[in-house]
Design a binder for this molecule. Structure first.
Ligand SMILES: O=C1O[C@H](COP(=O)(O)O)[C@@H](O)[C@H](O)[C@H]1O
Length: 261
């Protein structure tokens, strides 16, 4: 690894969520300064719950405010299911976070998949890529979209987004969004941002909690093993931050840093 990724470990999910909130606000402000909006990609799995805990907390003061009207939310990966299906990452984010925004809160822009093409995952991926093209600029003018922040999870097998260990999708170099029909974790049919897009983001943050993650955290941080999360670490270095609880990194020798912005 070149410049080291930031590994922040907290005694509880509550303290993690407080730090994550400060980090998100600083990414939001950097995005606003850069181009007047905050473009963030979010994951499914366990992330939306912790994200909600971070973002639904009342602002401490003006500098701690979530400027929802400036948020453009994309999905780091999505399952090829209707948006109201229990497996949908959008449905999960809606249930955990969006539906809980206090009444009168200005709404963020949320870029969902096109439900009319669920039976064709290549078309589903192509249409989501077009959504990115419309927001980030055409593929002729930019090689890759640049997210202000990607919020990622880490599966117990080391997958992130819908990029799974040993899968051929890890070698994708052209597409921004790819279909996958054989996800080892159900449901099998999904779309995902590709590795070049993930590693091109201004900042990448992983959130991983619970003792169920400690074995894979050792593999990622001590050996790498070509795991998708390790590939993101290697390509992003200091642009990458991990927000974990102590249980998730018990026995992991990689140096932890005190959290600071
Ligand atoms: O299937 C998925 O899993 C990963 C990891 O989920 P977690 O529950 O272990 O945090 C998630 O990041 C991804 O978005 C999702 O589709």
């Amino acid at each position: 690894m070149g410049k080291q990724v930031n590994l922040y470990s907290f005694p509880s999910v509550d303290t993690l969520a407080t730090a994550l909130r400060s980090y998100l606000i600083s990414c939001q402000e950097a995005g606003l300064e850069r181009h007047g909006v905050f473009k963030v990609g979010v994951s499914g799995g366990s992330l939306p719950k912790t994200l909600a805990q971070a973002l639904l907390a009342p602002a401490k003061d003006e500098s701690d405010e979530v400027k929802w009207e400036s948020w453009e939310i994309f999905f780091a990966d999505e399952r090829a299911v209707p948006l109201n299906h229990e497996d949908s990452n959008y449905a999960l984010l809606k249930k955990e976070l969006l539906d809980k925004l206090p009444q009168g809160t200005p709404q963020p822009t949320v870029h969902t998949i096109d439900e009319s093409v669920l039976d064709d995952t290549q078309e589903l991926a192509d249409r989501y890529e077009q959504t990115l093209v419309r927001s980030f600029a055409s593929r002729d003018s930019v090689k890759l979209p640049i997210f202000d922040l990607l919020l990622l999870g880490c599966g117990p097998d080391g997958h992130t987004c819908s990029l799974f260990p040993g899968h051929e999708l890890l070698r994708e170099t052209e597409a921004w969004v790819s279909p996958i029909e054989d996800s080892p974790k159900p449901p099998p049919r999904r779309i995902t941002l590709t590795l070049p897009v993930v590693t091109h983001a201004v900042r990448v943050a992983f959130v991983a909690t619970g003792s169920g993650k400690k074995e894979i955290m050792k593999d990622i941080f001590e050996e790498g093993k070509g795991l998708p999360c390790a590939l993101v670490n290697e390509a992003t270095g200091e642009r990458c931050s991990w927000f974990v609880d102590n249980a998730a990194v018990e026995g992991v020798s990689y140096p932890k840093r005190p959290f600071s912005l």
